[in-house]
Design a protein. Structure first.
Length: 577
């Protein structure tokens, strides 16, 4: 079984849910193509009956009937277009959550599939393909033989000419598929790389401006953009070549059909009406092929998106439903945990074990790169241990639904990122219906309430992803309020005072003291001594391993003692030399 069988099955299940709608489109397509015979039959009767009989009444009756039939064809064509739009919307609505979850979950995997970077865009490509004229043309394609049969009825020579022309157009379509596959893939990859670089530059616009990097950043972006444009032009040239060939040949073929029909009329083997009708039937029969060739880029992108989604949904397993557990007590135990960061081969934490009881604040100290931030991500459930368990009130973190676990464990990362919205929405973790009382309570705990009230619209002040007018310290306080929202039982703070002034540091220590009095657990990953002022215990990490853990004073005394011994040993070694 192929590796992407599971994801393909999930996609097919979503597609099968609209099977009845596909059948409705197929039925409407049959009647639409049947009604397309209206024009040729009208021409046939006008040339062969009306003009010969010079009957105005017959012309009026035929014209009224044709107007009615064309009206019905237009209604059916409009209805099937609306149905396909809803099929695409239903497929996207069914796959939005699993694809979104897979894209987010992929960032925590040791080997994230490259398809995760384009998952949401691939889903949009599939949706565009379903609603595009190209897919509608596939519903018309099976009825093309109906028009060729009509041409054969008029005269076999005209039928053979139509079949030969159709075979050539199909060959052009196959050549288009083969030739455009690589340019379209290259253009897609180059466009994605340019967009990624552009987004990074936009997000770091302040740094780019302040460091005088605008010229260099523009040069790099322009280089990526240039490659994207070159690849897009190459793909457009390839696709445009075949589109022009198809259109030119189809027009020539219709003229050839008229010429052959005229020859047969001159030899009394065909009527003038049949000559005109045959040319119209040929155009109707070849129209789906021409449309598919013209829309091949959309069709190719949709197919590639379908393939990428099948790989993504297979390699990133869907999270199984979990039994709802009661709100845990603040008792956390780390058991022999080893962590390998996503995309890396070596562990960042090795066989880490410790236990923390309710009401304790633990300071985690160590050199840069020792593994403090890695531990923070593991304690919050963002990264899964390669071996070992992190247990909260006896249950492993993976036994909690991620959204539920987030209510119990608050997290303040090193770099606080806000979302486009109001301050209230950011503190409420972008909840659709924020709890105003809980928002204000969290802001008060983080000593951000007064600061927020001084803003132009208070809690309803809108901010952007980069914070807008807010300073680093203000963003830090809002991030702390977000971590405190909902009264979590465990709070993980990664360098919480990196952007805080003295007043902010005092407010942070007061918040830690309050949480301890409420029986919560607090972890503080820190470099500054002021950050561990309220800590009861210290965990010292060195090169990913636990060097010391215990009461703060005892661990500090041990570190000072070891530091003194190292200094004396170094002094003796220096004297010997």
């Amino acid at each position: 079984m192929p590796a992407n069988a599971k994801g393909l099955s999930q996609l097919r299940t979503a597609r099968r849910s609209s099977r009845a709608l596909y059948w409705a489109v197929a039925i409407f397509s049959f009647f639409v193509n049947l009604l397309m015979l209206t024009g040729p039959l009208y021409m046939l009767n006008v040339y062969d009956r009306v003009l010969s009989s010079r009957s105005l009444e017959t012309l009026i009756a035929l014209s009224a009937l044709v107007a009615f039939l064309y009206g019905m064809m237009g209604i059916l064509d409009y209805v099937r277009g609306r149905i396909m739009a809803r099929v695409g919307a239903r497929l996207q609505a069914q796959l939005d959550r699993p694809v979104f979850a897979a894209v987010l979950q992929a960032t925590t995997l040791a080997r994230a599939p490259r398809e995760a970077a384009t998952g949401l865009r691939d889903l949009e490509a599939v949706q565009r393909m379903i609603t595009s004229p190209a897919l509608m043309a596939l519903f018309d394609l099976p009825w093309a033989p109906l028009f060729f049969i009509g041409i054969f009825i008029f005269h076999p020579l005209m039928g053979f000419l139509a079949l030969a022309g159709a075979a050539i157009l199909v060959s052009v379509a196959v050549m288009n598929q083969i030739s455009s596959r690589r340019p379209l893939g290259t253009a897609h990859a180059a466009r994605f790389a340019a967009d990624q670089l552009g987004n990074q530059i936009r997000q770091e616009s302040e740094m780019v401006h302040s460091l005088g990097m605008r010229g260099a950043a523009f040069g790099r972006w322009q280089g990526a953009r240039g490659k994207s444009l070159e690849a897009s032009i190459a793909a457009a040239d390839t696709s445009g070549t075949f589109t022009a060939m198809t259109r030119t040949f189809r027009l020539f073929l219709q003229s050839a059909m008229l010429g052959l029909g005229a020859y047969l009329v001159l030899n009394n083997q065909l009527s003038p009406g049949a000559m005109i009708a045959g040319s119209i039937l040929l155009g109707r029969g070849l129209a789906p092929v021409e449309l598919i060739v013209g829309q091949w880029a959309v069709f190719q992108s949709g197919r590639a998106g379908w393939k990428n989604l099948s790989v993504l949904l297979s390699e990133v397993p869907a999270e199984a439903p979990r039994t709802a557990l009661p709100k845990p007590k603040a008792h956390l135990r780390v058991e022999q945990v080893t962590v390998v960061p996503p995309g890396e081969a070596l562990p960042a934490l090795r066989v880490m074990s410790f236990e923390v009881n309710p009401g304790q604040a633990v300071g985690v100290i160590g050199n840069s790169g020792a593994g403090k931030s890695t531990l923070a991500r593991v304690l919050t459930g963002v990264w899964q241990p390669a071996t070992g368990k992190v247990r909260l009130d006896g249950a492993a973190l993976e036994q909690y639904d991620p959204d539920i676990l987030g209510q119990y464990i608050g997290y303040l990362p090193q770099r606080v990122q806000l979302f486009d919205g109001t301050i209230k929405e950011n503190i409420a973790r972008m909840a659709l219906q924020p709890d105003d009382a809980a928002v204000v309570k969290a802001a008060q705990k983080s000593a951000a309430h007064d600061m927020i009230l001084r803003l132009p619209d208070g809690y309803d002040t809108r901010v952007t992803a980069n914070g807008g007018r807010l300073s680093g310290g203000q963003i830090q306080r809002i991030g702390l309020a977000r971590a405190l929202y909902g009264d979590p039982v465990v709070l993980v703070l990664d360098e919480p005072n990196s952007n805080l002034d003295n007043a902010g540091s005092i407010a942070l220590n007061q918040a830690i003291k309050t949480l301890k009095s409420e029986g919560a657990i607090v972890f503080i990953m820190a470099h500054r001594p002021a950050a561990i002022q309220e800590c009861d215990a210290l965990l010292v990490i060195e090169n990913g391993t636990r060097r010391a853990f215990g009461p703060k004073d005892a661990v500090m005394a041990e570190l000072v003692k070891n530091h003194g011994e190292i200094q004396r040993a170094s002094g003796k070694a220096g004297g010997v030399s």
